[in-house]
Design a binder for this molecule. Structure first.
Ligand SMILES: *[C@@H]1O[C@H](CO)[C@@H](O)[C@H](O)[C@H]1NC(C)=O
Length: 132
């Protein structure tokens, strides 16, 4: 192969990679937020910072979810509050630190994590998330 063809082939590969959409495995759900992070079901009184999430039975897996990380993106409103998502392209990465009994499938994000991608006034938004 000539150098020209080789670099064309490489450029094509790079283009294809760059346009691969977010993983098809992303799970659709909703997210809320909470504000008292310690103690947590996973780490007791250890403070794990702000990029954290509490999960329901669906993900909790009897505590094996502790420490697992998820990429979370806001995809749209879950109620009538306008501009619920601050961004639908940028994602946050959060670590599971807590169990959320009342969540029934929702992610319970820290207020800090929630407010990076969504408007806290909305209280709840639709999200897409996947384990990383
Ligand atoms: C989120 O977690 C807090 C603290 O554990 C809890 O009070 C709240 O009910 C949870 N949110 C939802 C939607 O269950």
């Amino acid at each position: 192969m000539g150098v020209m063809i080789k670099s064309l082939a490489l450029a094509t590969v790079l283009l294809v990679v760059a346009f691969v959409p977010s993983p098809a495995s992303a799970i659709a759900g909703t997210a809320t937020f909470y504000t008292t992070y310690v103690p947590s079901a996973c780490y007791g009184n250890q403070n794990k910072g702000d990029m954290i999430v509490g999960v329901s039975d669906k993900l909790w897996n009897n505590g094996r979810a502790c420490g697992r990380r998820y990429r979370v993106r806001c995809v749209g409103p879950a109620n009538l509050v306008r501009n619920a998502c601050k961004t639908t392209t940028a994602a946050i990465i959060v670590t599971v630190v807590d169990y959320c009994k009342a969540c029934t499938g929702d992610l319970n994000l820290s207020r800090g994590a929630f407010s990076r991608i969504a408007n806290p006034d909305a209280g709840k938004v639709r999200v897409a998330y996947d384990p990383i």
